[in-house]
Design a protein around this ligand. Structure first.
Ligand code: F6R
Length: 588
């Protein structure tokens, strides 16, 4: 949440365009406001705008600024509303600062600074850090000492970039729990992710918690939290780290939905499960958030059925606050697209502190992310960079890894998994049918998703996808639970979206649909050709390819993603950047 970029030119060229390009790649982290600051011959110059980056670009056209060193920020508001005053960079007389994270002791610091006569223009926690730096400069410290002193004074999570009028050739940076990578290439660059700095760099250094760095046109010096110099390994920038743009598509979300057959194929190729992986394991605990949590719920059905291992799935943000008991020899599996979600990271830390017999494994889409680096073992979803805020291809890739793990002792099912990419390709051909279906849904205020067994989590995920991008209130239910309350919601208008492939649950699901049909008129059924024979014209039918019923969670996710996408586009909402959301959730 919040993206930061810094650039130091090596040949005195203007860095403003490159900062904007970097921020464009980081908009998925927040789009409440954007801003940048540079140093030119007159001193610090700053420009900020509320809303998406294009507003800042438009302002720049009218009021261009230039500089050979600069920092930029795209904001997801935590402290203070999305206003220009609260937009970063935070600037004082002599320093400009951008921040991603939360300063926990900002109130104490602010009170102290106010008492000393310093004034504030924003409601943010971040401004306190800029003002603190200013105070240390006023006390006579040089930028380096001021920055180091500030790091000792603040408590919380941060990725900071700061530039000082008095030392216009250095960007000072520091990290605690919020990501920063430093890029070496045509210019020196710093960013919240590799995609934001990769355009012109060949190698990167990932900063770790407690690291602090000074970046100049000649390179970067890294220091540990005791300020001793450290060597950091440089990693080559490879294609899978780079956001390649939208290509022929109008939105990232549809591009990423369409990429699923290839993401699943690549994920199937890797991720071999070591032979002895489950040998000492007596139970599984899955920790994740949002869509990744839904993947974990599907995993539970598979692990218990095929590995006979008791499996619990927990929302990571709740887990560590209820003093959970962790039994010995538990495989703790965290699932994450970004590899950065703070709730999941903190839940891992809780496990580490409370039971050292556990194996901590991660299913992650971002190698070198904080979560991947803290796990004992990483399964990598080969979905490639996912930019659309709503997770699509990363979700089905997570399910693919879970299936490989759960079926590792079942050659028949492992074999069946190979059919999945082709079935997914066929399901993408349903887009036209789903376009038509979207007209029935776009003006509804509510929608209900129903599934049973391993498709119950997909009902939850389908509902999450629809609500987060289209703003239609949607709920997923286990179809058998309807009669215990939610059935009261059914009327002639509300769409009831039912997942009903042929297989062992078909009859039960079919009767649940009959019950819904007796009370409502907008019943939509996702089924296969065999199942489809049981439904007449009174329901709207979408017929998917037939596949082994264990694999249906992966296949049936795809048309539900398409539905969320097409409804949102019809409504004219911004499908890649839904309101209030950010892709990487680095605040609790
Ligand atoms: C919804 C979505 C979120 C994420 C959640 C966890 O489409 O993407 O619900 O799944 O914020 O994020 P990761 O998987 O990055 O840990």
């Amino acid at each position: 949440m919040c993206g930061i970029v810094g650039i130091v030119s090596k040949d005195n060229s203007n860095v403003v365009c490159d900062i904007i390009n970097g921020l464009e790649k980081l908009e998925y982290r927040g789009y409440d406001s954007a801003g940048l600051a540079v140093i030119d011959s007159t001193g610090l110059r700053r420009l900020r705008a509320v809303g998406k980056l294009e507003n800042l670009v438009n302002k720049l056209k009218i009021n261009p600024i230039y500089g050979t060193i600069g920092i930029g920020h795209t904001r997801w508001a935590t402290h203070g509303k999305a206003t220009e005053e609260n937009a970063h960079p935070m600037v004082t007389k002599d320093v400009a600062l951008v921040h991603n994270g939360i300063i926990e002791n900002y109130k104490e610091l602010k009170a102290d600074l106010s008492q000393k006569g310093y004034e504030f223009t924003s409601q943010t926690d971040s401004e306190v850090v800029a003002v603190y730096l200013q105070m240390e400069l006023d006390n006579g410290l040089r930028p380096r000492e001021a920055f180091r002193k500030m790091l000792q004074a603040v408590r919380g999570t941060y990725a900071f970039l700061a530039i000082f009028k008095a030392q216009p050739d250095i960007i000072f940076c520091a990290r605690n729990k919020s990501p920063i990578a430093v890029g070496f290439g045509k210019y020196m660059s710093i960013g919240s992710d590799v995609g934001s700095i990769s355009a012109n760099c060949s190698e990167i250094v990932y900063m770790d918690d407690g690291d602090y760095a000074e970046v100049t046109k000649d390179g970067a010096k890294f220091f540990d939290n005791g300020f001793s110099t450290i060597d950091k390994p440089r990693v080559a920038v490879t294609d899978d780290l780079v956001n390649l743009g939208k290509g022929e598509y109008s939105h990232y979300m549809i591009k990423e939905i369409m990429e699923q057959p290839s993401a699943i194929r690549k994920t199937l190729l890797g991720n071999e499960v070591p032979k002895e992986f489950f040998d000492k394991i007596s139970r599984i605990l899955i920790l994740a958030c949002g869509t990744s949590y839904h993947a974990g719920l599907v995993g539970k059905y598979w692990f218990e059925k095929y590995l006979k291992l008791p499996t619990h799935v927990e929302i990571a943000s709740e887990y560590r606050y209820r003093s959970p008991v962790i039994e010995d020899n538990t495989l703790v599996l965290v699932i994450t697209q970004s590899g950065e979600t703070i709730d999941t990271l903190e839940a891992m830390e809780y496990v580490r502190k409370n039971n050292n017999t556990c194996c901590l494994a991660a299913i992650s889409n971002v190698l070198n992310s904080a979560i991947s680096r803290s796990a004992d073992f990483v399964f990598h979803t080969e979905a490639g960079v996912e930019v659309g805020v709503a997770s699509t291809k990363a979700f089905t890739a997570q399910l693919t890894v879970l299936a490989k793990l759960a079926f590792c002792k079942n050659p028949e099912l492992l074999n069946q998994l190979q059919n999945l990419p082709m079935a997914c390709e066929s399901s993408l051909l349903l887009k036209e049918d789903i376009d038509k279906l979207s007209c029935r849904i776009k003006d509804c205020a509510n929608a209900i998703y129903l599934g049973r067994d391993n498709l119950y989590p997909i009902a939850l995920e389908g509902a999450l996808k629809l609500k987060e991008v289209s703003y239609i209130h949607a709920e997923g239910f286990a179809a058998g639970e309807m009669k215990h309350g939610p059935i009261a919601l059914i009327d002639d208008v509300v769409p009831v979206i039912c997942l009903c492939p042929s297989g062992s649950m078909f009859d039960k699901m079919f009767s649940n649909i009959q019950v819904a049909q007796a009370r409502g008129k907008n019943i939509i059924v996702f089924t296969d050709s065999m199942g489809g024979k049981s439904f007449d014209e009174s329901v709207e039918k979408i017929v998917l390819p037939s596949i082994n019923q264990e694999l249906c969670p992966i296949l049936y996710s795809i048309p539900l993603q398409l539905l969320a996408y097409t409804v949102t586009v019809l409504k004219g909402e911004d499908v890649d950047k839904p309101r209030n959301l950010a892709k990487s959730v680095t605040v609790e």
